[in-house]
Ligand binder design. Structure first.
Ligand code: 9Z3
Length: 356
């Protein structure tokens, strides 16, 4: 999926100022106003990122869905079924290289962690807004892309399609749990592809979830691009191969602090730190914890992320979680353990507000 372009080169595309897309002034003003108290250049970067990003398609429909979902799961709702609402982000964001995109840079992530975590959050009694990369792993059918769904079914002698006996229980449980979550208004799925869509959706969800106060939680497992081509610098049409390609990538402004301080200041924030060099992982994760004022940073290394993660909490706790062969169920996902600990930390956090 990944396009292997060199990132350390310079872009020759002409900058066409007229490409600044028309955008709802309200949205831009909301974003700008919401950053009012955040000082320094980070704020300016965030502001100009949103001002210049291509408009999110179906923004109004998405906003309406999110607001309804949040309202349904808020304390004022008559028959509240969830203990909290968590926004799980999952999969990698793309960075388009052309406005009519043929090529893009991708970020590593299958979406398995986000999909598995969504299932465990639902099991723990949470409502989940699952913000996922189109085509990535989905809750309750995480195994389908590899073990094709064709293997789950067979054709009977009468020519009817039926679930193969050995998969019967797994398929029935998955379908039942999925429909129960959706029918009870506990699972909302929102797809993204590009970094522009991802950050606009995150902003929109966070702003809506701010009304939930400390019952809101962000579990940011998506692999988010650090570099991008600003829309106004991007070639309109497919880049022609007339020689080596020189391009300059800008840094994606860090939105985590804005999320924590402005968009949803009382929500419990969990972000992930991915590194390939084990020597810098914990140091980088700690820096994220402090810089972006997260409540928990989950540090993982590319080579071992399925079997080992380290949780660094804002109160100084450091917990290493391992998926071990001697676990009762050796096939159990590491996410089961991660979510259990995070749910406990979130309850402690909510209790501190209840006491006040
Ligand atoms: C992660 O570190 C996730 O655990 C994985 C999950 C992407 C490794 P899969 O989807 O993999 O199960 O295949 N996500 C965060 C990666 C990231 O982009 N973090 C940023 C950073 O490290 C901070 S937001 O700088």
């Amino acid at each position: 999926k990944t396009s292997h372009y060199r990132a350390n080169c310079f872009c020759d595309f002409s900058i066409d100022r007229n490409l600044r897309k028309p955008k709802s002034t309200n949205f831009v003003m909301d974003t700008v106003n919401s950053l009012g108290t955040l000082q320094d250049e980070a704020c300016t970067d965030v502001r100009s990122f949103f001002e210049l990003a291509p408009s999110l398609k179906n923004r109004d429909t998405i906003t309406q869905k999110v607001n309804e979902f949040v309202c349904h799961n808020s304390h004022s709702s008559e028959n509240l079924k969830s203990i909290g609402v968590v926004c799980v982000t999952s999969g990698g964001t793309t960075v388009p290289l052309e406005q009519r995109c043929v090529r893009y840079i991708d970020n590593f992530s299958s979406g398995n962690r986000g999909a598995a975590s969504t299932e465990y959050f639902l099991k723990a009694g949470y409502a989940v807004i699952f913000v996922y990369r189109r085509g990535s792993c989905q809750p309750y059918c995480r195994y389908l892309p590899e073990d094709s769904f064709l293997d789950f079914f067979g054709v009977s002698e009468k020519g009817e399609i039926q679930v193969c006996q050995m998969n019967d229980r797994v398929v029935k449980t998955a379908i039942t749990e999925y429909h129960s979550a959706v029918d009870n208004g506990l699972l909302l799925k929102l797809p993204f592809t590009t970094i522009f869509e991802y950050l606009q959706i995150l902003q929109l969800v966070a702003t809506s979830m701010s009304s939930l106060g400390p019952r809101g939680m962000f579990y940011l497992a998506a692999a988010v691009s650090d570099f991008y081509v600003p829309w106004e610098n991007m070639a309109t049409h497919k880049i022609q191969s007339t020689g080596p390609l020189n391009m300059r990538l800008s840094q994606v402004p860090k939105m985590l602090l804005v999320l924590r301080k402005e968009w949803a200041p009382l929500a419990f924030g969990i972000s992930f730190k991915l590194e390939t060099d084990p020597k810098i992982l914990i140091e980088k994760a700690n820096a994220s914890l402090r810089k972006y004022q997260m409540h928990v940073v989950v540090a993982n290394e590319l080579a071992t992320y399925k079997t080992e993660v380290v949780l660094l909490a804002f109160d100084g706790r450091v917990l290493t979680i391992r998926k071990q062969d001697e676990d009762e169920n050796a096939n159990a996902d590491i996410e089961k353990k991660i979510i259990k600990i995070l749910v406990d930390m979130h309850s402690e956090y909510m209790e501190t507000f209840a006491k006040e």
